[in-house]
Each structure stands twice: as C-alpha cells, then as structure tokens.
Design a protein around this ligand. Sequence first.
Ligand SMILES: [Zn+2]
Length: 194
Amino acid sequence: MQKSKTLSVIANKKIDKSKLDNASKIILELQHELKKYINTGHGPFLAAIYDSKGNLIAKAANSVVNKSCSHNHAEMNAIKLAEKKLRTYDLSKYDLSIYVTSEPCMMCLGAIIWSGIKEVYYGVPSKRVTKITGFDEGFKPDWFNEFKKRGITVYGQIETDAGEQVLQDYVTQGHIIYKPKRNYFAKATRAIHK
Ligand SMILES: [Zn+2]
C-alpha cells in the first residue's frame, strides 16, 4: 500500500500539550496491544477509559464478530464496563476520558454523549478507516462542534501512522470486514468519501 500522508492533530479547543503527550502515549500503547486482541478474534478497534488521575477504569476491544453483536464496538464495550464497575449510568461525576484507536462511529458518538464522558481522544480518522478497511463508519455531522457545545473535549488524529499500520495488517491478514452489503451503502460511501 502506498503510505498516506501523516495527519496532524485536530481538536475542538486549544491543544494542551501535556494532555496531548499523555494521549499519544496511551494511544500508541493501545495500538500495540490491539494486535494481540486481533489475534484472539476481536475487531481492529480498542478503547480505554481513564479518570483524571490517570487510573485505568475500563478497557475493551471490538467484539462484534466473536460475540455476534452488532453494537459491540470497542467504545460501547468500554463504556458498559466502566458503568458496571462504577455502578452508575451517569459517568459525568467521575471526570473520565476515553481513548480510542480510531475515530468513534455514529453509534459510539451517541453513546459517549449519553455516558457523561468528558474528553475523547482518538487515533485514525473515519475517512482513513473506511479507505483502508471498508468498514462503514456511518454519517457524521459536525460532531466536533456539537461535542464542544456539550462541554466535551475532542482531540483527534493522534499517532495515525501506527494506527493505520494496524488496520492495514488486519486487512492483509484476511480478517473479517463486516459491513452491510446493501445498495445504498456503496452509493453513500462513494458520495461521502470521494
Ligand atoms: Zn462505534
């Protein structure tokens, strides 16, 4: 594969260097760890939730295929684990951040809002995920601004080279790309990503 241009970090507020450095470290670790999850049948996405003191609250990989559940995305699994652990449906009082190896899809964006998570850090943007793997990431309006309005910080495109390599390896190794084989999907994807 021809290597894509390295992307720069984007955010919905002024970038705090120490937060970005911390996020880069966590996301690189997640990308590395993700390879082990893929080898045990998980999908190529991993999410971790930390509190503001740096304690790990929950970590989970995508388990759509191995658990036969369409909404078992990494973010959904991690949020469910965190809520179970903290015994609450409202994480807002815990000041939590979610770190994800790729940009959350439309379903996970909703789940993050409803969970009360305060900060989102992700690696590979959806456009690149779709281009490399063919996964459907759904339609997404201007979610950076929507999250900003709701007081949720977003930093994206962190350590994308490492993330894209993991996704590329997932494809090369012949793992399952699950996506709806529906006519509207192919047309919609062409329209969005051309
Ligand atoms: Zn998702």
